[in-house]
Ligand binder design. Sequence first.
Ligand code: SF4
Ligand code: SF4
Length: 184
Amino acid sequence: MVDYRSIQTEKRTSVDIAGVCFRCDQGCCTRLSQLKLSKAEFKRSFLQHSESLLIKECRGIFIVSERGNSCPNLRGNRCTVYEIRPIECRLFPYTIGNFMRIGRLVVMTYHHRTRCPQKHRLLAPRTEVVDMLVCFAKDAFGRGVRVVIVPDIVPLRFARLLKRLRHKITRAVAQAAPWGGRVV
Ligand code: SF4
Ligand code: SF4
């Protein structure tokens, strides 16, 4: 387990940023949606609440959402696992974007596309964000991986559009090929 706790020096979770968080109706802890967790984070703070969560596992990362209730670790306005809360909670209003593993290389993106009205007061310095993301990637994929962190500047929708376009071109080329190429 990577020790990331020393990296985070300031409190940036909605439940504990007294005087900064509006506790607005975006309610980041009260609307748990697609929180990305390493296996260790999942086992530590969410496994015991599995029945109240929607859980997906994607390439070694657990993605959890609530089933109509707040995060199960929220009691009143307090996070009951605050000292050991997941890295993505520490990152807020930054969010982990896409991630891809090619052998020992892990590429991970991040962004702050959120409607949090206090976003610009809460953003951590980028170096701190990158350090935390590297810790997260090593925790999730193993200490031996090489990690590249990049800002998610290409919206996912645009990336999907490019993928569809590439598929169409590949298909058109295959159909036009004299040997009658086939795309599956
Ligand atoms: S673990 Fe804590 S900080 Fe993270 S979403 Fe739940 S209550 Fe909020
Ligand atoms: S979205 Fe921002 S303002 Fe709203 S509860 Fe979360 S941290 Fe606070």
